[in-house]
Structure formats: C-alpha cells, structure tokens
Design a protein around this ligand. Structure first.
Ligand code: ATP
Ligand code: MG
Length: 749
C-alpha cells in the first residue's frame, strides 16, 4: 500500500486508526490535510468502506475537489461517490432532500449576502425605521451572529439580555427585524447562508428519524480546518457522528482566524470533553517550508498567550532569510513586489503559479495589480468582485432563480422591470405587501394580479407572469443549459446587452456567454447526476471565491486576502501592507483577544510560503481617499530578527545599537529606514503619541517593557514595599534606571 509510505509515524497512526473519535491538532504544513485525505483512501481501500458512507467537510469546495482527486488516485473512480464539500454545500444538499419537513419546497432559493442585505433594507423601510441607525450590514451581522449561535428569533425576542443589549445600542427594533426577516425568507422559499446550518440543526432536532437516517448513512465523519467551525457546525457533526462515534477532526488552534464570523476555538477544547476515549494525535514535523520560515512563524505565534503548545520543526533546508521590502508609497510597494517577482522568476526558473501576494483587505490589490500589469505579469485575483457577483450575471441568475422558485422576492425585485416594462418599485412594494397581508405567495398575487392592482402595471405584470409560466414549462423539459439559453434569449436580456455596442456592453455580453458556457460544462460533467437548472443554481449559490479560481488553469500570480489563503501553499509568498492600523487591522483591535486573532492571521500568512517569504510595507498610503503616513506593523517586531534579512546599509547601523536582543533588532532596522538618511537616527523606540501604559500591577522581574522615553528594557528588580512602589529596569540604550511606578510610562511587552 504505497500511499502509506509517504507518511511519518504519527501521520500513519492518524491514517490507519480509523475507528472511534480522533483529533489531530498540529501546526501549519505538518500534513493534516494529507492525513485526512489518506485516512479516507485507507477507509475505502483497506477497510472496504463504501464511499457513500463517508462524509468529509472542508473549508472550500476546491479543497474538497483536490482531496477527491488524490483519493481517486489511490482507490479509483469510486471516490466520486464520496460526500465531500463545505458545510454549506453538503447541508444544502441534505436540506433539498428534506425540505418538506421544514415546510420548504425542495427548490428553495439560497439568498446571497446581497439578497439578504437588500431584504433587510426593504424591511427597515417598511417598518418606518431610520436606515442610518439600522444599516443593512450591521443588522445582518447581528442576525447572522444569532443564527450561528442557534438563537431563533423567538428566543431573541424572549431573552432580556439581547433586548437590553439592543436598547443600549439604540437599536431596540433588531429583534423585530430578525422576526420579519425570517418570515420573509420563509415566504420567499429562500434560505440565507446561515439558515443552511441553522435549519439543518432544526431538522435534526425535530426529526429524529431523519437524523437517524444520516447517522446510519455517514458512518465516518471527517472535518478539516476544525478550528474555524462555529457552534452550529460543531453540533451538526456531533449529532451525525453520535451513534458510531467515528469522527475525525483536524485543525490548528494557531490558525483560527474566523472568530469574527462566529468560529469558536472552544470547539477544540470541548471536543476533548465530549469524547472520553478520544485519540489525540500531534504532528510536529513541517514538510512545507524552509527552516527559516518555520522558525520565524514559531517566533511570531509564541507571542500569543492563548494557544496550545506545539513544537513545530522541519528537516527541510535552512533556506533564505525573510526579506523586508520598504516602500515610500503603496504604488512603490506594488513596484517592488512586481520587480521582485520578475527577478525571482528569472533567477530560479519559477512560473507565475509559484507566487502569491497576500493582503489584509481586498482594496490593497489595486496598487499590486497595476504594477504587475505594467510588467506584463499575469495575475488572478481571488475574492473581490467575483464573476458571479457581476450585475449582468446576477440579472440572468435572478431570472433563472425566479423560474425555479416564484416566491423568490429578491429575484423578483431584480427582474420584474428588466428589461424595462413599466413596473416601478412602488408597484413591487404593493405586490409584496399584498402577499404579506393576504398570507399568499408572491406568485399567487402576480398570477392573479387583477384582484390586487388595476391599470397599466397590471397588464405589464400579467404579461410578465405569462412569460414566466412559459419559461417554467420549458425548464421542466430541458436540461440546465437548454433552459437557461432559452430564458436568456426570450427574456430580452441577451438582446439588450447585444445592442449595447460600448466596450462595457460587449464585455457584459461576453460574460453572459461565459455563464452559459459554465452551465454547459455543468451539464456535460459526468459527476453531476442531476442536470436540472435547480441543481445548477444551488451549486452556483455556494461557490466560494477560492473555488472560482479553479475555473482557469492559466499561469498567474495569485492575489488574495490572507483569510482566503488558508490551507494553501506557494513557493514564494509576499505579505504586503505590514503597517499599523492596516495589519493588525485597526477595526479589529478592541481587545487582546482581537490582537491575538490578527497575529494568528499573520501566522497563517507566513506559513503559506514554501521557500521564500517577503514582507513589505509602505510609509505612505491612500486610505479612504486620503494620503496617510504609516508606521511599520508591530508584527514585524514579532519575527525573531535572526530570520530576517536586513539590507547592508541598515545593518551596520543596527548592529551599533542592538546586541543579541531579540527586541531591538528589527525595530531598529525599521526605525532606521523610516528616517531620511541625512537626519540623525532618532531614539530607537517608537515615539507614539498614543502611548498607553499597560497595567503595571502585573509587572514582575524579568519582564520586557517599553518606556515612553527610555525605550526597551528588562525589569531587574521590583520594590513594592511602602508607598512608593519602584522598579529597576535595565534599558538597552540608557542603562539601569529606577522608576517610580505611580509615574512610570511603562508598557509591558
Ligand atoms: P495547513 O495547516 O496549512 O492546512 P496541513 O497541516 O494541512 O497545513 P498539508 O497541506 O497536508 O499540511 O501538507 C503540507 C505539505 O507537506 C504538502 O505539500 C504535503 O504534500 C507535504 N507533506 C505532508 N506530509 C508529508 C510527508 N510525510 N512527506 C512528504 N511531504 C509531506
Ligand atoms: Mg490543511
């Protein structure tokens, strides 16, 4: 069995011990995903488990596909029968089968974030509330947070804690908006992303027979990236695995980066409590990266307090030191990155695919893109405005959605006057209200419009309804491709785009053709049994941006946010925008826990690199339309200086002030490059106006501290007897000082 050969001892243990609960918690690049993949191959190959009985949950559909391909390499085409995918796609599939038990039709629509937001906007308007107070984004986050913690609207309204919370936030109506939102989704036969998990939990809670069916079916449950599951996801997997207890989760607490979306690191800790006979496996050898990268990553993550101790090492080459690129502006940063990629390609015979540029927020891609374009380096952006989010694509999809589900309020709003047929928003509002008041479906109202509205718009609506009915008939007879081509043509959408001869118009027309190509591919793909339009729409609704990149195999540099890069690896990685307020992100920093989450994000970024890592920052950057001066990120100081290469000019200067101290080195370097060369080097500490002393009652001997004036030092003695509490601190550049603690501007590091 040669698939077992390329595994070390603990990895093999994770693969062959297939029975009972198992948790693999290990550092980045230690082969967690490989173990999970081979465990599945082993189940099929050696334990004769039917692939139909295996459920594997991954972070993206692309990851699932890669795993499936690997497994197919070992066991053959049987692997196609595996149930593998993201939580959302797997449970959408199950919900489609079981929809009637929840009062939903099986062709329910999946609302994307835009649909959800625009529905919330309508509701806020209808309730006569202030849309500046009840912003769609904020309201949706609140609802989403509740759903992910399995709090129904009933519970939300009942619980005085939420009420008090909302009242103090001056948003007392949130609970009522939540209620109306759920009701409207239900009436539209639509579920949003969170509903896919929420409703699965409801299904399993209220229908033990259904739960039992899936418990029998999924004899083995496996979860990758377990650290980023939320409580709702955790409960689903736990329920499914409750009978056989063959559950294997793999993850890395140091890479938990989705707390802001409700992911809960507690799941790892609970797992130990929930399964008494749990097998815990640790993997410590990293196979991905050079020693320098592994050690640098370790030095960073060690700065976090909240973590499970791991000792990650590698027997790979030492490799090159991390390079720091400093730029005067974001545009220059782009240029430095692009030229570095160019040179690296030349010198090391690399292809574009070997490179990734990672950033904290999508807006940073612009400068990088421009520079790459100028140097004719091909790139692809993952995330941002994706293909399926373009207006013309959403328009067509809305038509297709409405033909499948005539209760889909959001789709209706999009298409009812597209192309223009004289039905205004006021009329649509009337339709929705009429449906609401009479407890009817939207379609009931539309197809009997005469009873509700008269006049010109009634005629237009009747024509619209007749057209949709015709489309429905066609759809029942045709596969997804034939049906959507028919609808694109006969709705008038394609013609309208065709007649627009501007460059943008042309590209929109081409995009729609591209969508039709994608549908064709879906239909001819032998892996898709169900070739109906409904099946295609479900798949599209659950495409993540990472999945999309799979569509083209062109040789291109990958640009994406660090969040998206989870689980991936590239030979050369550039982490750009290493600046205070940007990374760590100012918006995310309200507590130490938030800072630690940002630091984990940095750890994820570093550990994507196989052979070379570059960190870059700019001293000036346009943000929110204004040029701002930036300071290098504090995270640069987290990297042990041993692993960072400093350019020659700065190095000589650094070495004068810094000895072997871990603290001073990069910091000195950073400060030295911040200074114009002809000015004397300033004090090595960062003279920040917002110097906030931390709680000095926690001060103890041996602690590293920063003083607003004296810079960095180590506490050598504490004298806390009597009224004047004192500390002796040995400062790197000012020698030993005795400080009165009631006055000292000290920060514990
Ligand atoms: P992450 O935490 O980033 O998700 P991971 O722990 O899932 O990482 P993998 O992606 O499974 O790690 O493995 C990292 C790299 O090391 C991959 O290229 C994989 O093929 C390789 N690898 C893993 N185990 C071994 C091994 N025993 N021998 C050789 N290469 C290995
Ligand atoms: Mg992995």
């Amino acid at each position: 069995m040669d698939y077992l050969e390329h595994l070390n001892e603990p990895q093999r243990e994770g693969v062959i011990n297939t029975e009972g609960p198992c948790m693999i918690i290990a550092g980045a690049g230690s082969g967690k995903t490989r173990v999970l993949t081979m465990r599945i191959a082993h189940l099929i190959q050696s334990k004769n488990v039917d692939p139909f009985n295996i459920l594997a949950l991954t972070f993206t559909n692309k990851a699932a596909k890669e795993m499936r391909d690997r497994i197919e390499g070992v066991v053959g085409t049987e692997a196609r029968n595996l149930w593998m995918g993201t939580f959302h796609s797997i449970f959408a599939r199950i919900l489609r089968t079981e929809a009637d038990k929840l009062g939903y039709p099986s062709n329910f629509t999946i609302y994307d974030t835009d649909d959800s937001k625009s529905l919330i906007k309508n509701i806020v308007k209808e309730m006569g509330l202030d849309d500046k107070v009840y912003k769609p984004n904020g309201v949706l986050n609140r609802i989403s947070g509740a759903k992910n913690r399995l709090i129904s609207w009933q519970e939300y309204l009942r619980n005085p804690i939420y009420k008090a919370d909302d009242e103090s936030a001056m948003k007392p109506e949130l609970g009522n908006i939540y209620r109306t939102y759920v009701d409207r989704c239900f009436k539209a036969s639509a579920m949003d992303f969170d509903d896919l998990l929420f409703n699965t939990n409801v299904l399993f809670r209220d229908h033990p027979d259904t739960l039992n069916k899936y418990q029998q079916r999924f004899q083995y449950v496996l979860v990758d990236e377990f650290q980023d599951t939320n409580i709702s996801q955790y409960l689903i997997t736990k329920k499914i695995a409750a009978v056989r207890q063959n559950i294997c989760v793999v993850g890395d607490d140091a890479q938990s980066i989705y707390a802001f979306r409700g992911a809960d690191i507690q799941n790892i800790l609970n797992f130990e409590k929930d399964y008494a006979d749990l097998r815990i496996i640790k993997l410590e050898q990293n196979y991905r990266s050079t020693q320098n990268i592994v050690n640098a990553a370790n030095s960073v993550i060690n700065k976090n307090r909240a973590q499970l101790k791991k000792n990650v090492w590698t027997s790979n080459d030492i490799g090159d030191q991390i390079e720091l690129l400093k730029a005067t502006s974001d545009n220059e940063e782009g240029k430095l990155v692009a030229s570095s990629i160019f040179e690296e390609k030349m010198h090391h015979q690399l292809t574009n695919n070997d490179f990734a540029v990672l950033y904290r927020t999508n807006s940073q891609s612009r400068a990088i893109e421009e520079a790459l374009r100028r140097m004719s380096i091909k790139y692809k952006i993952i995330g941002g405005l994706s293909f399926y989010q373009r207006k013309e694509i959403k328009d067509i999809l809305a038509y297709l959605r409405f033909v499948i589900n005539q209760n889909d309020e959001q789709a209706l709003r999009r298409i009812i006057n597209l192309p223009k047929r004289g039905i205004g928003t006021a009329t649509v509002d009337k339709l929705v209200v009429a449906a609401y008041d009479h407890e009817l479906s939207l379609w009931d109202v539309i197809s009997n419009i005469g009873q509700f509205i008269g006049g010109r718009s009634a005629n237009a609506i009747t024509q619209f309804a007749t057209m949709i009915k015709a489309f429905k008939v066609e759809t029942e007879r045709k596969d997804a491709f034939e049906a959507s081509s028919y609808i694109a043509k006969n709705s008038g959408l394609l013609r309208e785009l065709y007649e627009d001869k501007t460059i943008e118009g042309l590209s929109r027309y081409e995009n729609v053709q591209e969508l039709l190509n994608a549908i064709k591919e879906f239909v001819v793909n032998p892996e898709n049994e169900d070739k109906s339009l409904g099946a295609f729409l479900q798949e599209v609704a659950l495409i993540t941006s990472v999945d999309e990149s799979d569509k083209d195999n062109m040789d291109a540099v990958t640009l994406m946010t660090i969040h998206m890069a989870k689980g991936l690896e590239f030979k050369n990685v550039y982490v750009v925008g290493m600046e205070e307020d940007l990374f760590p992100s100012q918006m995310m920093l309200s507590s130490r826990a938030d800072l630690e989450e940002e630091r984990r994000l940095f750890y994820v970024a570093i550990t994507r690199a196989k052979r070379r890592l570059y960190l870059s920052y700019a001293l000036n950057r346009y943000r929110f339309g204004r040029l701002k001066t930036c300071e290098p990120s504090r995270f640069l100081e987290d990297v042990d200086p041993e692993y960072i290469k400093v350019n020659k000019l700065s190095r000589s200067r650094d070495l004068q002030v810094s000895t072997n101290s871990n603290l001073g080195y990069t910091k000195n370097f950073i400060n030295s490059v911040k200074q114009p060369v002809n000015q004397p080097t300033r004090k090595i500490h960062r003279p920040s106006a917002d110097f906030v002393p931390s709680d000095i009652s926690k001060l103890a001997e041996g602690m590293k501290v920063e003083h607003a004036k004296f810079g960095f030092g180590v506490v050598t003695r504490m004298d806390i007897q009597g009224a004047n509490k004192k500390a002796k601190v040995n400062f790197e550049n000012h020698g030993e000082k005795t400080l009165l603690l009631s006055f000292a501007k000290l920060k514990i590091l």
